[in-house]
Write a protein that binds this ligand. Structure first.
Ligand SMILES: *Cc1c(COP(=O)(O)O)cnc(C)c1O
Length: 366
């Protein structure tokens, strides 16, 4: 006999979700705090975006434009893409969830790579679908493993390229090879949150593939290079039929007016974006080299962060390093949730922050 149900019960799958643990924002020691735990930019936001945000405060009583037209047009102007094929969201997280909601349900499988972004299993489970994980080789997306994991139940594949937390990427040829192997009904989601940072000739964010096929979408964010994480702005570029679906299920006012205004100003400020790329160009290799010089293994990253692997030695493992860094005012990201208990993800920060983290880890490992 079944016990009587005494309170509401969520749909199957929901309580299997391990709640997402955001990066810490507080340290235990140090005169100054260096937050290198969430891949935020050390350069702040464009002054023009900040001015647009302030100006938007004059009309807080009004509902925003539900179509986020100003922002979609600004994205169109900056990228050459048709604004009609863009939907904006409350962070790209919302768009990843909307794709899951639209194309996955109980009995379906959502596929992603072993160290893929942890929002994917959350979005998959939240709609009652089954997460399927394809193994990686050397912390890199393995296209053959993804192809091998596709079944008749696969409906969506989430691919972060470059990937967070590993920082590694696969070439556009590899992305195209994956796409060519997929049945037409499978949605391939290219999550290009770090695309602006990548300086590699064989990399593409995926725009061309979205334009030339019916089952590829690309998501982007204003949270990383544009320094607007606090405003929650993401966008998706997709075929017409997917745009139509997303516009039916999204909240009619899923973007705030201040976010629309600031995002539009941010993407138009090319000088600011260029400065952010330049900063990363200088400090990504310096940070990686500084950590390697003291004996850590650092994965080759093309984003604005590195994943450092720690020695398997008593007192010198990643959790020990994390505690030591916190005592010096440096907050980085623990990786237990990704099954990488002996790794830490470190965001490229200001010159001072990067030097502080290298100096602190030098003392830690000494
Ligand atoms: C940071 C990040 C995002 C962006 O999320 P928002 O909701 O837009 O802030 C998306 N995908 C990956 C892989 C990320 O690392």
């Amino acid at each position: 006999m079944n016990a009587p149900i005494t309170r509401p019960v969520p749909r199957p799958g929901i309580l299997d979700i391990a709640p997402y643990v955001p990066g810490k924002s507080k340290a235990t020691g140090g005169a100054k705090l260096y937050k290198l735990s969430s891949n935020e930019t050390p350069l702040g936001a464009s002054p023009q975006a900040i001015a647009a945000f302030h100006a938007a405060a004059a009309t807080l009583e009004l509902y925003p434009d539900g179509g986020a037209t100003l922002l979609r047009e600004a994205i169109g102007k900056a990228t050459g893409l048709a604004p009609e094929r863009i939907v904006c969201g409350c962070g790209s997280d919302e768009l990843l969830h909307l794709i899951a909601q639209a194309y996955l349900g109980p009995g379906d499988e959502g596929l992603y790579s072993q160290y893929g972004f942890l929002v994917y299993p959350i979005a998959i489970r939240a709609v009652g679908a089954t997460p399927v994980v394809a193994p990686e080789k050397d912390f890199r997306t393995d296209v053959d493993a993804l192809i091998a994991a596709v079944t008749p139940r696969t409906k969506v594949i989430f691919l972060a390229n470059p990937n967070n937390p590993t920082g590694t990427y696969i070439s556009f040829d590899e992305v195209k090879r994956l796409h060519a192997a997929l049945p037409a009904h499978v949605v391939l989601v290219l999550d290009a949150a770090y695309a602006e940072y990548v300086r590699r000739n064989d990399y593409e964010s995926g725009i061309e593939l979205v334009s030339s096929s019916e089952n590829v979408v690309m998501t982007r964010t204003f949270s990383k290079i544009y320094g607007l994480a606090n405003l929650r702005i993401g966008w998706i570029y997709a075929p017409d039929h997917v745009i139509d679906v997303l516009n039916r299920i999204r909240g009619p006012f899923n973007m705030t007016g201040p976010a629309i205004a600031a995002g539009a100003a941010a993407i138009a400020d090319r000088e600011f974006t260029r400065a952010a790329v330049d900063h990363n160009e200088i400090w990504l290799p310096k940070l990686a080299a500084g950590l390697e010089a003291i004996g850590l293994k650092v994965l080759p990253s093309v984003g604005n962060f590195v994943l450092a692997l720690f020695p398997d030695r008593q007192g010198k493992r990643a959790p020990d390093a994390d505690a030591f860094l916190l005592s010096r005012g440096v907050v980085v990201r623990r990786m237990e949730a990704y099954g990488l208990a002996n790794a830490l993800r470190i965001t490229v920060g200001s010159a001072e922050a990067n030097e502080t983290v290298i100096a602190a880890l030098t003392d830690f490992l000494a």
